[in-house]
Every structure is written in C-alpha cells, then in structure tokens.
Design a protein around this ligand. Structure first.
Ligand code: C5P
Length: 284
C-alpha cells in the first residue's frame, strides 16, 4: 500500500480587512497570510477498499463526512477518477475553531498528498476553492502571501522572521457567525488603497525595533468584542508585552510577535497562567 506523511501548517492573519460584499454572499478581504511552525500531520495511504476512512489522535475532531479532510479526499476521487480507497490518520495539534486555518490546511495537505501518491497533475486550486476560502493559500509553496478576493487571489510575499506567542480567549467563534455579526454591526468596508499604502515589506526596520511592517489591524476585532467579552481582556494583556499583536482570522486565537526567543521568553513569563491556552512558535 502506497503511503505518504505530510505536515499541515497553521497560518496567522497578519492584519485582515473586509473590503467588500460579494454577490455570492461571501465577503472580499485583504490579508497577509503566513504559515507558522505549529502544524498537524497527516499519514495518507492508498488502500484496496473503496471507502475513505479517517482516524485521529491529539485534539478530538469528527472522523466522518463532516471532516473537511473527507470532503477533500472525496472531491479528489471525483476529479481524478481514482476509485480505490483512501485511509488518513490525522495527528491534530491546531486548535479549531481558532482562526489558524487548521481544517483548511489539513484539506490542502490531503490534496497535495493524493496528487503525489497518484502522480497526477490535476489542478488542485479548482478543488481547493470548493472546499473553503482559506484552502487555496495552503497549496502555495510560499510561506506568506497577500490574499484578496474571497481568499483565492494570492500574491506570494516575503515577510520578516518572527517568534510568536499564541493565546486563546477560551470562547468559540464559528467563522460564519463572525461574518454574520460583522454584517449586523459594522459594514465599514476598508478602502483597498489604504491597505496597499500601508504595506511596506521593510525587514531591517522590524529587526531594528520598529513595528512589524504589515498593519496588524483586523476588521473582526471591534465587531466581535461585544459578543465575545474575552477578546478585550486578551487584547489588554497582550498590549502589556508588545505593540505587535493581533487577532488571527475571526479568532478566538490572538498572536503576539517578537524579534527573538529572549523577548518571547520574557513575555511568556508575564503572560503565564492568564489564558486558557497558550503556545509559543515561530514563522517558517
Ligand atoms: O469558505 P469558508 O468555508 O471558510 O467560509 C465559511 C463561512 O464564512 C461562509 O459560509 C461565509 O458565511 C463566511 N465567509 C465569507 N467571506 C469569506 C470567507 C468566509 O462571508 N471571504
């Protein structure tokens, strides 16, 4: 039986602006996506059975058709004509929902693994778009991208290296609810021109002590504060250790960025015990 092991990295949204409402009901956005060292692992095996089976260790997630991995494998079978079975073991480390793209990354890694195992040159981007807005990004070789449209317009960029602390407010924020709340409360679209003007990939400056070269504001933060009171406390505590903090996606995970492991350790001591979940990692 042919088998492959593949890593599925988490992402951070380094800033996220909602820039428009689309006719298909989705929102257009502008955000810098970047992959980080926190990851899941998938062991993907081709089997002689006809079905798709999933097992899981680590953080508990559904192992049936509701798992996006199952949907990815199923769409791949349909598109490629492969009719035998697929068995996938998922070591789940990325909290969900988190705003870290864990499910989307698992789905993209499933597609990449199957393409490798079956040696096809199927266009995975078409399948990825059907699976979810964040899935196309995880097909890119590039670590970071400026992402627009619904999430499918990708421009690879290079950002400075960083260390980060991830924390969770402890609240559950499903993505569709976050967009619904934004529709109800806000609708203040960000002019895309403003985003481009604020985007200068100036590496030296960040490592010389200036703020991170990409604006870290997130359109969801103010909107979600009233429904998720934990957000305010997290923002206050992270502000005590750095100006370079932000909300990833629609949360509930926030990040704080640091230039060195020494700075990270100092901040970690200050923040220790103040959140239901905390994790230290790095850029890729
Ligand atoms: O594409 P994904 O499955 O991540 O989207 C989940 C939900 O989030 C969508 O059904 C939609 O309500 C909302 N969404 C949106 N605009 C986006 C991405 C997601 O409105 N760009």
């Amino acid at each position: 039986m042919k088998s492959i092991s593949i890593e599925a990295p988490a992402k951070l949204n380094l800033g996220l602006q909602i820039t428009g409402m689309r006719e298909d009901g989705f929102h257009s956005l502008a955000s810098h996506f970047t992959k980080i060292s926190l990851s899941d692992t998938l062991d993907v095996t081709l089997t002689s059975k006809k079905n798709i089976s999933i097992s899981c260790s680590g953080i508990e997630v559904p192992t049936d058709k509701n798992n996006i991995i199952w949907k990815a494998a199923s769409l791949f079978k349909k598109a490629s004509g492969y009719s035998e079975g697929i068995s996938i073991h998922l070591q789940k480390n990325i909290p969900s929902p988190g705003g870290l793209g864990g499910g989307s990354s698992d789905a993209a890694s499933t597609l990449l693994a199957l393409r490798e195992l079956l040696n096809t040159n199927l266009n995975l981007f078409e399948i990825a778009e059907q699976l979810g807005s964040d899935v196309p990004f995880f097909l890119l070789d590039s670590t970071s991208a400026f992402v627009t449209g619904r999430g499918e317009i990708l421009k690879a960029v290079t950002l400075p290296q960083f260390h980060c602390i991830l924390v969770n407010s402890g609240e559950q924020v499903p993505t569709p609810l976050a967009y619904r709340l934004w529709d109800q409360h806000n609708k203040a679209l960000t002019d895309t021109q403003v985003i481009h003007n604020n985007t200068a990939y100036n590496f030296g400056a960040w490592h010389e002590g200036k703020p991170f070269p990409v604006k870290l504001d997130n359109s969801f933060f103010v909107t979600l504060q009233s429904s998720f009171p934990g957000f305010t406390g997290v923002a206050e505590k992270l502000s005590e250790v750095t100006d370079n903090w932000g909300l990833s996606g629609s949360g509930p995970v926030f990040y704080a960025l640091f230039r060195s492991s020494a700075e990270t350790e100092k901040a970690k001591k200050h923040l220790s015990g103040k959140f239901p979940w905390m994790f230290c990692c790095q850029s890729r």
